[in-house]
Design a protein around this ligand. Structure first.
Ligand SMILES: [Fe+2]
Length: 531
């Protein structure tokens, strides 16, 4: 990972692509982890700012300060990896996490009340009673194994992201406590690395700022000092509370969190960015057993289809990364919905249709990542305008979006879902071709995806609307690009007079009378994008 306060030179990078700040990549994912853990979207970003401020007060070394910043953004990366198991236990995987964030794990009464509140939600009373009894009896073992899993997954992702041993080792302590009653319960006191002890205080200030305001947050830090927190750090935070919160603005929290990164800034390039998007895809797929491999499979199909259709290298990279990221917003929707064996109800369906929106919003704050998020968020759109979440019709969907839609659709059909078996290759091919025929998916993208998946694809007879000839289509494309008759003639190697004749024929066949109207007609029929 490149380091330095200025954007590194792009020479030598594949395709001359723009480097991306590691803080932006991790910050975007932290928004998704907040969505998946029921926290306000400011939470992880605000925790990072508070950790740096508290770390400076505590005179952390420069490297510890960097670790405190990054573990604040990364600490929940493993928290959605057991969403299936959490849903079985609690009936939901998001709201109980938000409730547990408020619980003092060292207070048996609070832990018991929490378990009685959330375990077995939605089950018949006798089943629920048995589940609560089991949970109370085994709470410690369950919590230890749960948080050990969360830490290990976050540590592995940190490694994929190129972080060093400082960040990785600190993540092991993300849920420990000063008094040794944390999870997985492997360390206490000063055996817990200092950046992780800073995280514990900063994270709870952020949680309780949202849950109860500054006074409540300060009180919690004071009350739990020496229990949950290093007493020296808790006292520093309490004594400098106003200073820690000074100028924090939820509306500007992204900018403030990016500005808070301790120097030197870290940058990602080329394969590092690809590795980061593999983290995004794997993080997403871990949300449910049913999704394992979906992101990677979709990405391979989409990338192969993009090369096949001749997209430029830079756009192929965007397609590959967008395919890995397309379902990131799934973490914002409960597995109680994703894993339902029956059909979706109205509420379920409305939530499901929001997942591309959440994908887009996770990346929206980073200028470098926003275009990838925007493309990824179009993967359920359809040419006939019947997709979601924007219902963008064909003219608004470029080739990359069409490829993504076809690849995601094919890959999903091959996979099992709670309400249906996976389709075999022939059945998935038939479904995809049907969607091309009915005008939902782009025939060209469907063919490219099917070819990428190993199907034999018959060459489609070229059917241009209104009886246009291939030459008239070429002239129409040049018209749509705003070219003069002379420029069109030169480009196509024909005379100006012949060009004029072709334009006249286009007008007659399409029923339009002006060049601008012909351009609009071409867009209406997707002739421009599919050229
Ligand atoms: Fe999706």
């Amino acid at each position: 990972m490149a380091q330095g306060d200025r954007r590194p030179s792009i020479s030598g990078f594949s395709g001359g692509e723009t480097p991306v700040r590691a803080a932006e990549v991790v910050g975007a994912m932290s928004i998704a982890t907040d969505l998946g853990t029921g926290q306000p979207l400011e939470h992880a970003l605000r925790t990072a700012i508070l950790a740096v401020r508290l770390g400076e007060l505590a005179e952390l070394s420069p490297s510890d300060l960097v670790d405190a910043y990054y573990i604040s953004l990364l600490h929940s990366f493993g928290c959605t990896s057991d969403a299936t198991e959490q849903t079985e236990l609690f009936g939901d995987d998001i709201e109980p996490r938000a409730k547990f964030a408020l619980v003092d794990g060292g207070n048996p009464d609070e832990v018991t009340a929490f378990l009685r509140d959330v375990v077995g939600q939605g089950r018949p009373p006798e089943v629920r009673q048995a589940m609560v009894a089991h949970a109370l009896e085994n709470a410690l073992d369950i919590a230890r194994s749960t948080f050990a899993l969360h830490c290990e997954v976050a540590q592995r992702f940190a490694g994929w992201l190129g972080f060093g041993p400082g960040v990785i080792s600190n993540l092991a302590y993300a849920f420990e406590r000063w008094d040794g009653n944390g999870f997985p319960g492997a360390a206490a006191g000063e055996a817990i690395a200092l950046p992780a002890r800073v995280l514990h205080v900063a994270r709870d200030i952020s949680v309780f700022l949202s849950a109860g305001g500054p006074d409540r947050a300060r009180k919690v830090i004071e009350q739990r000092a020496g229990g949950a927190y290093d007493p020296r750090l808790a006292a520093l935070a309490a004594d400098h509370f106003a200073e820690l919160l000074d100028g924090l603005d939820d509306a500007l929290i992204w900018e403030q969190a990016m500005a808070a990164e301790p120097p030197p800034q870290r940058w990602m390039t080329g394969e590092e960015i690809d590795a980061a998007f593999r983290v995004v895809g794997t993080f997403t797929d871990l949300k449910s057993y049913w999704l394992r491999g979906h992101a990677e499979g979709t990405s391979q199909l989409a990338e192969a289809a993009a090369w096949r259709l001749g997209l430029p290298e830079a756009e192929v990279s965007t397609v590959r990364r967008a395919a890995l990221a397309l379902d990131l917003g799934r973490v914002a929707v409960s597995n109680a919905i994703w894993e339902k064996p029956g059909p979706f109800g109205l509420t379920d369906w409305e939530r499901v249709q929001l997942h591309p929106y959440f994908t887009e919003r996770s990346f929206a704050h980073s200028p470098e990542l926003a275009p990838i998020g925007e493309l990824a968020s179009a993967h359920h759109e359809r040419l006939d305008g019947a997709g979601y979440h924007r219902k963008t019709p064909g003219p608004g969907l470029g080739r990359a979006a069409r490829i993504l839609a076809a690849a995601d659709s094919y890959q999903a059909m091959r996979e099992r879902r709670p309400h249906r078996p996976g389709l075999d290759a022939a059945a998935a091919e038939s479904e995809l071709l049907g969607d091309a025929r009915s005008g939902r998916l782009c025939p060209e993208a469907v063919d490219a995806v099917l070819a990428a998946a190993g199907h034999r694809v018959a060459k489609r007879p070229r059917e241009l609307p209104a009886g246009l000839t291939d030459r008239e289509h070429e002239v129409l494309l040049a018209l749509a690009a705003g070219k003069t008759n002379k420029a069109i003639a030169d480009e196509l190697g024909i005379s100006v007079k012949t060009t004029g004749n072709h334009i006249q024929h286009i007008f007659e066949k399409t029923g339009v009378r002006t060049r601008s109207a012909a351009t609009v007609w071409a867009f209406e029929r997707h002739l421009v994008q599919s050229a």
